[in-house]
Design a protein around this ligand. Structure first.
Ligand SMILES: [Zn+2]
Length: 117
């Protein structure tokens, strides 16, 4: 994965965060799915589940709103998100964010292809 993040745009009122990548990929991820896919040990429920995520959480109806108070770039490899529920230990590595963006785009693309024929 050579792409790096060019810009990050938090849209709390729209409940999305938009990532623009150096290769042009542009993806809006729902905040609910991102919060629920927090990669930290506490949220993953143990080290054996580190690095896994649940794509469907980006497509469910959110049971509550989440807001991002602060999105902080850590080093040159990760994004640390301060959520309004007080959770701040999640470190979203670029590789993870890229995987999420690609998976969400692919899932959205598939659902649109049926209409095109
Ligand atoms: Zn977490």
């Amino acid at each position: 994965m050579n792409a790096t993040i060019r810009s990050i745009d938090v849209g709390n009122s729209e409940q999305v965060i938009e990532f623009v990548w150096s290769d042009g990929l542009q993806t809006k991820l729902p905040l609910f799915g991102l919060r629920k896919n927090c990669p930290c040990v506490e949220c993953r429920g143990g080290h054996d589940r580190m690095g896994t995520y649940e794509l469907q959480l980006f497509f469910v109806d959110p049971v509550r709103e989440y807001r991002i108070l602060k999105a902080e770039v850590v080093g040159n490899h990760a994004l640390k998100i301060h959520w309004d529920d007080g959770h701040t230990t999640g470190m979203y590595r670029w590789e993870l964010l890229r995987s999420l963006c690609e998976a969400v785009e692919e899932a959205r693309g598939k659902s649109g292809e049926d209409v095109q024929g």
